[in-house]
Ligand binder design. Structure first.
Ligand SMILES: [Zn+2]
Length: 253
């Protein structure tokens, strides 16, 4: 087998399905590749879902979350309210789901602002226990995408903020979003923008480059490419008001 360059690997790209990716760098013992075709940057080999579940249940990422307490509640509530308010036309009097809902702040806000039904899912049971305790008029489900897929159907709107950069398998994640939405349904996604001008030239030194929390990095181009492959069309990109993030709305065709 002839390699296309000295550091190119035969790896299927989960975004464009290309077959070659080059070494991009290493951080904290995790190796990253950049797809030769579309430029998508991803951890390879990726941590298993089991490793990630343990990390989120027991590691620093879940620190301080219990059924009765959640770090930075007031700022999360305020941010959740304003984020939900901007998206109101997409879920008013309809069924809304937050994928990666944490303590349920956006779910609670969507319900309060007029969602007919508001659900949240999260892999961290401490987070969903907190959410159930604080938002009894909403529905919360705990588990991996496989474990919660039974309830994930018939939604008009999905909110999923800062999740896609964490998940073990981005194709499974987008497939899950697709399965959960009605045709014509809308999804709002946010994720760090690897092409932001705020990212240092040595991208791997960016503090957001933090495996095993963040294990893949999108640009507007690669995110749109992945979503299109699953039948979503971009509606628009919202401003991140000086932040280094992508905030985009997509519609399931
Ligand atoms: Zn690619």
């Amino acid at each position: 087998m002839v390699k296309s360059s000295s550091n190119s690997n035969k790896v299927r790209c989960p975004v464009c399905e290309g077959g070659q990716a080059s070494a991009f760098g290493e951080k904290d013992g995790y190796g990253f590749l950049k797809c030769d075709g579309c430029g998508y940057i991803f951890c390879h080999p990726r941590p298993s879902q089991q490793q990630l579940a343990e990390f989120y249940a027991m590691g620093d990422a879940g620190a301080g979350i219990t059924a009765t307490s959640f770090p930075k509640v007031s700022s999360r509530k305020r941010r959740g309210f304003f984020n939900a308010l901007k998206l109101l036309p997409h879920y008013f009097a309809r069924r809304a789901l937050d994928v990666g809902c944490g303590g349920g702040f956006v779910v609670g806000a969507m319900k309060m602002l007029g969602a007919r039904e508001a659900h949240g899912i999260d892999i961290n049971p401490n987070a969903t226990n907190y959410a159930k305790e604080h938002y009894p008029n909403c529905y919360f489900h705990t588990g991996s995408f496989d474990e919660v897929k039974e309830i994930a159907s018939g939604f008009d709107f999905i909110y999923s903020s800062e999740v896609i950069e964490h998940v073990e398998d981005v194709e499974q994640y987008v497939g899950f979003l697709k399965g959960a939405l009605k045709p014509g349904g809308v999804v709002f996604l946010t994720t760090p923008d690897i092409e932001s001008d705020q990212v240092p030239e040595d991208k791997i030194s960016w503090n957001t480059f933090s495996p095993p929390q963040h294990i893949q990095f999108f640009s507007e181009k690669t995110l749109t490419m992945l979503m299109r492959r699953f039948g979503f069309s971009p509606i628009r990109r919202a401003s991140d008001r000086g932040g280094a993030g992508i905030k985009m709305l997509f519609r399931l065709d």
